[in-house]
Design a protein around this ligand. Structure first.
Ligand SMILES: Cc1cc2nc3c(=O)[nH]c(=O)nc-3n(C[C@H](O)[C@H](O)[C@H](O)COP(=O)(O)OP(=O)(O)OC[C@H]3O[C@@H](n4cnc5c(N)ncnc54)[C@H](O)[C@@H]3O)c2cc1C
Length: 404
């Protein structure tokens, strides 16, 4: 494991910092350095600010550092991209609307898309002009998403989609979505799925917001009633959509697993302990110390991934360790903080203590988004530790015959 920047990385970091100091509006408040997946404001002004920031990065060559020039990238290294993200994470800039499109769907289109799809979508996505969402989960298909029932039936040069998706982050402001549908129920479940690009403004799509306990409504139920999708929008091959979905999900894990962690939030917890006069309480001190240890372990695990990336490796299933640890640290930090501020945690009393509430209320969702804690543990068990796999009784049975 290498903890230090090389001289080239250090010079790149300085360049990123200088540009961010000159162009980002302000530094981030110390509420943990964690951008909760999907917990952004649902306000149109926020999306407009995100579009402005993305365009500014595009013009300066920081929008997609590792991409080829033909799509607006600068052919940089994965390490340069990670360093820029680390530095950008210190600033108060809205990036959430692009996590799904740029972090997960763009790499999928680059891997399986046709030339026509790459030309049509990638540059617009990178410039921030078009926002994307991911339509995988359904009411009865979450962890086991291959049980999905939203159907797509071929009709001439088009496909007709019917069904329902749920928990679709950002569907309400997205222009396009990557959707996976059942296209052949007569084969086992993983083999009859196809991925499509769907225009989120198409007739027959109804988007209903779901209110979260954070107060925001960043995800939605999305209903499809005879929605027509051109055959050109098939992503990858017909009935090979499961491997397309896995490509997207692997990128999701990388996008989440290489995130910033709870970082500076501990400083805020210590500050609150001092302010409340409880900083001498031995039990509380122990809690803060264990939180600090958890944060260091998470950071070192992240560095292991970064070291692999800097040597040209592709991060593997160990990204799930980062997601699991990050979530655990986030939940624990929220609990310690709430214990410190007591009843002030319930309502904003103007004491300047309420800023952690989004973290406290959003952390349970973070345990579920991008794969639940239990699913992460299964991945670590099976794919990192090499333990025997879960029994999968439905692997060889046609989807139509599965009890549902
Ligand atoms: C903030 C947020 C944003 C999201 N954004 C999106 C999005 O943009 N697009 C999208 O498609 N989805 C999105 N999701 C949905 C998310 O992917 C699913 O919620 C998740 O995969 C879990 O599925 P589920 O909710 O159906 O729970 P279930 O799969 O029904 O799980 C219920 C419980 O059973 C446990 N469980 C399930 N299977 C196993 C197993 N094999 N072993 C042990 N335990 C198991 C789970 O851990 C969980 O505790 C989002 C979710 C959240 C919270």
């Amino acid at each position: 494991m290498d903890f230090n920047d090389t001289p080239e990385e250090e010079a790149w970091r300085e360049r990123c910092r200088a540009w961010l100091e000159g162009n980002a509006p302000s530094r981030k408040a110390d509420t943990g350095g964690v951008s909760l997946f999907g917990e952004m404001s649902d306000d149109a002004a926020h999306v407009a600010r995100a579009k402005e920031w993305q365009a500014k990065k595009f013009d300066a060559g920081f929008a997609a550092i590792t991409w080829p020039e033909e799509y607006g990238g600068t052919n940089g290294t994965p390490m340069q991209s990670i360093i820029f993200r680390q530095e950008e994470g210190r600033f108060d800039v809205p990036t959430e609307p692009y996590i799904i499109g740029l972090g997960m769907i763009a790499p999928t289109i680059r891997t399986v898309g046709t030339d026509g799809q790459k030309d049509r979508y990638l540059r617009e996505m990178l410039r921030g002009e078009e926002i994307w969402c991911q339509l995988f989960s359904e009411p009865a298909a979450g962890s086991d998403v291959s049980s999905l029932t939203t159907s797509a039936v071929r009709d001439g040069d088009e496909w007709v989609l019917n069904g329902q998706k749920v928990w679709t982050s950002g569907a309400h402001y997205s222009d396009f979505g990557e959707i996976i549908c059942r296209t052949d129920p007569d084969v086992p479940k993983h083999r009859g799925i196809t991925a499509f690009v769907v225009d989120m403004k198409a007739p027959g799509i109804t988007i209903r917001p779901l209110r979260q306990m954070t107060g925001g409504a960043s995800f939605n139920e999305v209903f499809f009633e005879d929605v027509r999708v051109p055959n050109d929008n098939v992503l990858g091959e017909v009935n090979k959509g499961w491997s397309v979905a896995i490509t997207t999900l692997m990128n999701e894990r990388v996008a989440i697993g290489s995130g910033g962690g709870i970082g500076g939030g501990i400083g805020r917890v210590v500050e609150m302990a001092r302010r409340s006069g409880r900083h001498t309480d031995p039990v509380l001190r122990q809690e803060i110390a264990s939180l600090y240890c958890l944060q260091r372990v998470q950071k070192f695990n992240g560095m292991r991934t970064l070291t692999a990336v800097s040597k040209g490796a592709v991060p593997g299933p160990e990204g799930s360790i980062g997601k699991l640890l990050g979530t655990k640290a986030l939940v624990r930090m929220g609990e310690v903080y709430m214990d410190l501020i007591g009843p002030e945690g319930i309502a904003d009393t103007g004491q300047g203590t309420h800023d952690f509430n989004q973290i406290v209320l959003g952390a349970p969702g973070f345990r579920v988004a991008g794969g639940t804690d239990e699913v992460m543990k299964n991945i670590i068990g099976e794919r990192v530790l090499g333990l025997p796999g879960e029994p999968r009784m439905d692997k060889d049975i046609p989807f139509r015959d599965l009890p549902r």
